[in-house]
Design a protein around this ligand. Structure first.
Ligand SMILES: [Zn+2]
Length: 358
């Protein structure tokens, strides 16, 4: 009887184990998930990877929902570099949150076996916000599939809701590619960073700006990799490098499923604009700031069919990883290179001095 009871206990424990493992495996990365499922998934990821994942709450939406991100990296007391990724700043671009979920799954999987990912997670933390514009995302599920903006009310004399969060950041705000009509889809708000969701990113990233090497903001559609700046009168000081790394990312994307992504500034390949989070990040000093415009080219547009989620995520992952790896290696490998070069200079100087003494 004792053995029987013991056996039952073991079986019960195994079932609990399976149930726990299953519930994290059961998340479907290749369908569009409503906000409640995204939130449950975030909690599950933090619970199943406590060694490397924490949930950080960093703001509230207009409708008082909590904005949170997954901080992913080897925990350390030392100051680490960081990678920013946000998805779902525009509500209707459902492929973007799907990509953030996939990205998290992939880096956590790679961390188990890939020495390069282990190195990157030791040196850097990944800050991933799966859905930034939560109110808008929910509205796009419940009421208006093509809703883009957040849900804050317009000014006193306007009956329309919503500000375009990607026109609301403090980067040449209100100057080009925006509307001051609060019914417009590109309404930029009453002043820079008037919106709580834009404030959350501005304060969180701004408070540790020197840590961030990359700022990747994920949108759809158009198959583009956009770099700063949206205003045609300004050029990023590292424009050439941004283009080179962007072209490398596009090539990495092409290798996965043969899809073509165009690289350039917004005015060069899409349209001029101001107040984007990408431009703000670059203006504040984050070197590698990119907007990803995922699939497609307009056939389905924002309503990308679910059977394209997997290939879209696979190729975009490859592109994102190219940029992140470049930024990492430039920072950490060139630190070693700099020390070696400095040592060589000292040795050469000694040699020269030695020669002179002869
Ligand atoms: Zn967008």
């Amino acid at each position: 009887m004792c053995n029987g009871a013991g056996l039952h206990f073991v079986v019960l424990l195994s079932l609990i184990g399976i149930a726990t493992a299953e519930s994290s495996i059961n998340h479907d990365y290749f369908k569009y998930n409503p906000m409640t499922e995204v939130s449950n998934w975030m909690a599950q990821i933090a619970k199943t990877h406590p060694d490397v994942v924490t949930i950080v709450e960093y703001g509230k939406t207009y409708e008082k929902r909590t904005i949170s991100l997954l901080k992913i990296g080897v925990k350390s007391e030392a100051k680490k570099k960081a990678i920013w990724m946000d998805c779902g700043i525009h509500a209707r671009e459902w492929i973007a949150p799907a990509f953030c979920q996939y990205f998290v799954k992939e880096i956590l999987q790679a961390y188990k076996t890939d020495p390069k990912m282990q190195q990157m997670m030791t040196n850097m933390d990944f800050y991933v916000t799966p859905v930034l514009n939560i109110d808008g995302y929910i509205h796009s599920w419940t009421t208006d599939r093509l809703w883009r903006k957040n849900m804050s009310p317009g000014p006193y004399n306007c009956s329309c809701n919503g500000t375009d969060l990607n026109r609301n950041f403090d980067a040449n705000w209100g100057t080009i590619g925006v509307s001051t009509d609060c019914c417009s889809n590109i309404y930029c708000g009453t002043q820079p960073v008037s919106e709580p969701e834009a404030q959350a990113v501005t304060y969180f990233v701004g408070s540790r700006i020197e840590d961030f090497l990359c700022f990747l903001t994920i949108h759809s559609y158009g198959q583009l990799l956009l770099l700063p700046y949206g205003h045609p009168n300004f050029t990023a000081s590292n424009y050439d490098e941004l283009m080179e790394v962007g072209n490398g990312a596009a090539e990495a994307i092409r290798k996965v499923h043969g899809m073509s992504y165009t690289v350039g500034t917004s005015p060069d390949v899409l349209y001029p604009n101001s107040g984007s989070s990408r431009d703000w990040a670059r203006l504040k000093g984050i070197p590698f700031a990119y907007t990803f415009e995922l699939r497609d080219n307009g056939t389905f547009g924002f309503k990308l069919p679910e059977n394209q989620i997997q290939p879209t995520c696979e190729e975009a992952y490859s592109g994102a990883l190219h940029i992140i790896t470049y930024a990492h290696d430039k920072t950490f490998n060139s630190a070693v290179a700099t020390v070696a070069a400095a040592l060589w200079t000292v040795l050469s100087a000694a040699a020269v001095t030695g020669n002179n003494l002869m």
